[in-house]
Design a protein around this ligand. Structure first.
Ligand code: 6PG
Length: 251
């Protein structure tokens, strides 16, 4: 696993840096395989990145929209039009504003009343889409991830059932502290990607980021530590505020 870290002055530059990285991965994937399989992160941090890709003329023109397939790393247990929906956020600021074939958008159906059924359905879609045999996992070109101030990533929250899931591709994960089900790709799937990029901004993430990167290995408490791509590249895209407690080389 190759690990890189880029620290930008603030969230605007973070979005620009992330867009450049994403386009580079997209070009490489389309050149190699004719397709770019991208897993979107939820939450608020990636919103600026998605908006930039849709609105900045040079980025919009460079993005191979018709050859990009969009997946989600996790979803809330809500309908697609719900304010909490990760799909809704990406759709509003990006997907609805660019020329993407509907067949290229693979959202998690958070509206399904039974969260387990929603997880099973997304897993079945992935197995069908990638023609997976038993034991095989999808290999996404780029997985975007955020990190909560508690060290969670995707919907892998501290002390929750899905942290230890090694067989399933997609899990329904009960999150006691939120009193809700979440739907999430599992760590083995995330770690099977060609490239994984964390986008983390803000001082409220500084302590947990320090602990994740430089503290003891305790993934039950800090699930972001589970993300160690098997053969792929791990990229930490941070702004100064989030990285303020991270010991730099030579500092
Ligand atoms: C979600 C995300 C989650 C998010 C972090 C950071 O569904 O909320 O997938 O893992 O990336 O909570 O969220 P912010 O970017 O809003 O800080």
């Amino acid at each position: 696993m190759r690990t890189d870290m880029t620290i930008t002055p603030g969230p605007v530059e973070l979005a620009r840096t992330a867009a450049a990285e994403l386009l580079s991965q997209a070009r490489a994937a389309v050149q190699a395989r004719g397709r770019f399989d991208l897993v979107l992160a939820g939450g608020s941090t990636p919103r600026a990145l998605y908006a930039l890709l849709a609105d900045e003329p040079s980025l919009r023109a460079d993005m191979p929209w018709s050859r990009t397939h969009f997946f989600w790393g996790d979803e809330r247990h809500v309908p697609p039009g719900h304010p909490e929906s990760n799909y809704r956020m990406a759709h509003e600021v990006m997907l609805a504003r660019v020329p993407i074939p509907e067949a290229n958008v693979h959202r998690i159906h958070g509206e399904q009343p039974d969260a387990m059924e929603a997880a099973d359905a997304y897993e079945a879609m992935l197995r069908e889409f990638y023609q997976l045999k038993d034991g095989q996992m999808p290999r996404f070109d780029l997985v975007l991830l955020g990190m909560g101030a508690d060290g969670h990533t995707a919907s892998l929250f501290p002390g929750t059932q899905a942290l230890g899931e090694q067989k399933r591709l997609v899990a329904a994960n009960w999150v006691e502290k939120l009193n809700t089900w979440r739907l999430t790709l599992t760590a083995p799937v995330l770690n099977n990607a060609v490239s994984v990029a964390f986008l983390i901004a803000g001082a409220d993430k500084a302590e947990s980021l320090r602990a994740v990167l430089q503290g003891e290995w305790q993934p039950e408490v800090l699930p972001a530590q589970l993300i160690r791509p098997t053969t792929g590249r791990l990229l930490w895209l941070l702004d100064e505020a989030a990285a303020s407690l991270v010991q730099r080389n030579g500092s």
